[in-house]
Structures are given as structure tokens and as C-alpha cells.
Design a protein around this ligand. Structure first.
Ligand code: PGA
Length: 256
């Protein structure tokens, strides 16, 4: 069977539970080509009941974060078991906003990643360099460190997806990266993942200011299996439009 194409959105701190339900219901009513794996990652408050709407249409539901402990004195935090109770499929760890705006260290991210992998849920691990790191020529060592830190010693058969999101390209004020800059970073990530021998064939997604105009370019990069989109996919039309164009480009690449 050919590889699937992955496509999803992170709502960040946007959309109420009601709005998310409407969105996922709308998405569930749209047909997608076989082999497209859609996912939606809303705020925690939108999660209850959402898998029931998304799963019949093959839409995976993710959480934006989780604590590494199973329970404890961690006011304001949510455990992976609490997410699993709501039938969540994946947990995102290491998003740039968690690393840089909420000060999550690589040690914390490693612990959280291990906890997700141990739970049987899919880990969506986000990695990416800051502009300073890129300017200093440190993109490769940063990516290697982030991947090895989070994925060392993971159990065989673990479910993991990786999203490469250069920090300087994410969100309002983010600069879409040049494909010429992304492609070598993708190569480094692929090589590093191959070296972490227990995990073969990890889906690798690209994210950071992906939109209708540039999605075909990013999806066409060798080694990229899908797109992880913020702002441009927060409406149904936006989500479906970027998915369709990105998938078409990815399919042309896959056919070569
Ligand atoms: P963006 O967000 O597409 O709005 O830049 C991407 C992300 O934060 O994952």
C-alpha cells in the first residue's frame, strides 16, 4: 500500500467547543481521497465528544499538550490518562509556543514524549530551530538534539509522527520558509530518525505559515508526508482547500 498523506490543524487557543464540533462535523461530511489521514488538534475543552464526530470519517483528534505524570499536585495540568478517557488519538508535544513561550525544556519534552509513547497514543513531536540558531548555522545540531532528546530509548512499535516547524516561520509575523531552506532540514531529520533504529517509517509533516499559495511547494519536498497548518486551516474552506492542493502536489511527487 502506498504511504498516506497527513493533514491537520492546530487551533491553538482558538475556537470554542461548539465551534470545534461544527468544524469537525463539516469536515466529516467532506469526502477525501483514500489514503488521506486528517486530524484536528483543538483546545482541551473541545475534546469531549469530538472523537465520536470525527472517527467515523477517519478524522483523528489530538490534544495540544499533556503532563508527563499520571496524576499529582500539578494544578492546571492534564494527564495523558485523562485525554485517553476521551478517546483522543494523538498528543502534540514540543510545539514551538510551548518550548519558547512557556519555557518547556528539552528535559520536560523528553519526559512528556516518553509518557505519550508509553500510553499507546500517537506522539506528534514538533521540532524546529529559532532564527538565531539558523543564523548561527546551528539548524542541524538543534534538530538532531531535539529528536534524540525526545525519541531516545523509545519502545519498539511506538506510534510517532514528527512535525518540522521552523520557529521563525510560525504564526502571526512568521515568515514562510524557502523550500530551499526546508529541504536540507528535512534530510537531516530523516537521517536522524533512521539512526534511531527502533522507529522506521515515521510520518514527517511540515508546518509554519503554510497556506493555499505555498502548500504545494512544501508538500512536494522529498521526505515530507504531510502538512501541519495553523491559521490557513481554521475555516472549513481553508482546511479543505489547502488539503486538496497540498495532496495533489504530494501525489505527483509520490508518482515519480
Ligand atoms: P501557522 O501555525 O500555520 O499559523 O503558522 C503553525 C503551527 O503553529 O503549527
Amino acid at each position: 500500500m502506498s504511504r498516506p498523506f497527513f493533514f491537520g490543524t492546530n487551533f491553538k487557543m482558538h475556537q470554542t467547543a461548539r465551534e470545534t464540533c461544527t468544524f469537525v462535523e463539516g469536515l466529516a461530511s467532506r469526502r477525501v481521497p483514500e489514503g488521506v489521514r486528517r486530524f484536528v488538534i483543538p483546545p482541551f475543552t473541545s475534546l469531549p465528544g469530538l472523537p465520536r464526530l470525527g472517527h467515523p470519517a477517519g478524522i483523528a483528534i489530538g490534544a495540544q499538550n499533556a503532563h508527563y505524570a499520571a496524576a499529582g499536585a500539578y494544578t492546571g495540568e492534564i494527564s495523558i490518562g485523562m485525554l485517553a478517557e476521551h478517546d483522543v488519538d494523538l498528543v502534540m508535544i514540543g510545539h514551538a509556543e510551548r518550548r519558547h513561550d512557556f519555557g518547556e525544556s528539552e528535559d520536560i519534552i523528553a519526559r512528556k514524549s516518553a509518557a505519550v509513547l508509553g500510553s499507546g497514543l500517537t506522539l506528534l513531536l514538533c521540532v524546529g530551530e529559532t532564527l538565531d540558531e539558523r543564523t548561527r548555522g546551528d539548524t542541524a545540531p538543534v534538530l538532531v538534539r531535539q529528536l534524540r532528546g525526545a525519541l531516545a530509548d523509545i519502545p519498539r512499535g511506538s506510534l510517532v509522527w514528527v512535525a518540522y516547524e521552523p520557529v521563525w516561520s510560525i504564526g502571526e509575523g512568521g515568515l514562510p520558509a524557502d523550500v530551499a531552506d526546508v529541504a536540507p532540514a528535512v534530510g537531516i531529520i530523516r537521517e536522524t530518525l533512521a539512526g534511531l533504529i527502533r522507529i522506521a517509517d515515521v510520518p514527517l509533516l511540515y508546518g509554519g505559515s503554510v497556506n493555499l499559495a505555498n502548500c504545494a511547494d512544501y508538500a512536494g519536498i522529498p521526505g515530507i508526508d504531510g502538512l501541519f497548518v495553523g491559521r490557513a486551516a481554521w475555516t472549513l474552506e481553508g482546511y479543505c482547500g489547502v488539503l486538496e492542493r497540498g495532496h495533489a502536489s504530494w501525489s505527483r511527487k509520490a508518482a515519480i
